[in-house]
Design a protein around this ligand. Structure first.
Ligand SMILES: [Zn+2]
Length: 391
């Protein structure tokens, strides 16, 4: 571990109740970084601003407090000093490296509700000297379309689901698209290219709690990113046994340590994102990862690894959930009752699946994975859509 990290440790030993003892032991005894326990989102609930506050350092002035949502409906908050937040927008501006001062940029990230994304992106755009339209994805679709038509920005930044709802043949003035938070599907990318978007690029890989982690250079593919090594220390950890994976091509959970966050420290934080180290085809001096989806979407069945996203991709645009029966190695695809989809035979669906993931292909062909299709009136819902159900 580098000097920057140990400087953070020295501060936390003196100023952070949660980390004081944990880090003192590691610092004074072994000096072994990997003895520091993982930080989970539950720890942030319990010991952060929504809980005991022992994770919040003393002797620092809180600048911003942001809500980082969460899946249980219970609010989770994270705080930054102004200097820390300034640094986030600095690294974010590096992600938007093709935006120049003559660009007119529509910011469609979600504003309000104590969310960080809109504000941090806006600050990053300011650094690039472009003209900014601070529209926000919380504005009605019709109004967003009106703003776009009137001001004719050449660049849009936002979430794919927001962007795809407001672009059309009419928005042929757009030539740059930066997105974050989720991925575009391949046919959405084709659509954007067809209407004239030459540059479609990730606006960086970030976690809501850990902030910006990685950026995409021009040579990398859509899910590939270089780590901001001066800002974050990244590990990829095996999902089952939590052993750190250094080999390329092995998928595990992304675990990050933010080297600049003193107020709400993020040390060995389990992001819930899956990725693997890759050999990038560029000559940048930063290590690169390929993102493989969310931890919640990962499925291992009969020793085959595949993802909910594989099925979503193969069956796009139909809405689906998956039911997994481990004892029978059976995947049941639940499809929201749709006449168009019913025109597709099971054989066709399976052929599409075999194209998106070679492990699915092998498992199905070896008859070790079984797939069945069911049409349902309603997909399983709770607070949000449940993608994968185990039975
Ligand atoms: Zn590169």
């Amino acid at each position: 571990m580098n000097e920057k990290f140990w400087k953070l440790v020295e501060f936390l030993i003196e100023n952070n109740d949660f980390y004081s003892e944990i880090l003192r032991k590691v610092y004074l005894e072994s000096g072994n970084y990997s003895e520091i326990p993982f930080l989970t989102r539950w720890d942030i609930y319990e010991f952060g601003l929504s809980g005991t506050k022992s994770l919040v350092s003393k002797n620092l002035k809180i600048g911003y407090i942001f809500s980082t949502g969460g899946t249980t409906g219970k609010p989770k908050y994270i705080a930054y000093t102004f200097d820390e937040f300034e640094l986030v927008s600095f690294y974010l501006s590096k992600c938007y490296d093709s935006i120049i001062d003559s660009d007119v940029v529509a910011n469609l990230f979600m504003a309000g509700n104590m969310w960080a994304s809109f504000i941090s992106v806006n600050k990053a755009l300011e650094k690039l000297g472009c003209t900014i339209l601070p529209i926000s994805g919380t504005t009605s679709i019709e109004l967003i379309k009106d703003y776009l038509e009137y001001f004719r920005p050449n660049c849009v930044v936002g979430l794919p689901t927001q962007i795809i709802q407001v672009v059309s043949e009419k928005t042929d003035f757009l030539n740059k698209v930066y997105y974050a938070g989720e991925n575009f599907l391949e046919n959405q990318i084709d659509f954007l290219r067809n209407i004239g978007c030459k540059l479609i690029k990730s606006g960086g890989y970030a976690s809501v709690d850990a902030d910006i982690i990685a950026y995409q250079c021009d040579m990398l593919d859509l899910n590939q990113h270089h780590i901001f090594t001066e800002h974050q220390f990244v590990e990829i950890v095996d999902i089952e046994n939590e052993i750190v994976l250094d080999e390329k091509g092995k998928v595990g959970e992304v675990v990050v340590t933010n080297l600049d966050r003193y107020l709400c420290p993020i040390i060995r934080y389990k992001t819930g994102d899956l990725a693997m180290w890759i050999d990038p085809k560029c000559s940048c001096d930063k290590p690169a990862i390929q993102l493989m989806g969310r931890f919640d979407d990962w499925i291992r069945l009969a020793s085959y690894d595949f993802y909910y996203q594989d099925f979503a991709k193969a069956l796009y645009p139909f809405q689906i959930s998956l039911k997994i029966n481990r004892s029978k190695n059976l995947i049941t695809i639940l499809i929201k009752n749709d006449e168009e989809c019913k025109k597709m035979s099971k054989v066709e669906i399976i052929e599409k699946l075999k194209l998106v993931n070679w492990q699915l292909k092998e498992g199905i062909e070896e008859n070790l994975l079984k797939v069945e299709v069911k049409y349902v009136q309603q997909l399983p819902m709770k607070n949000k859509k449940i993608n994968v159900i185990y039975e």
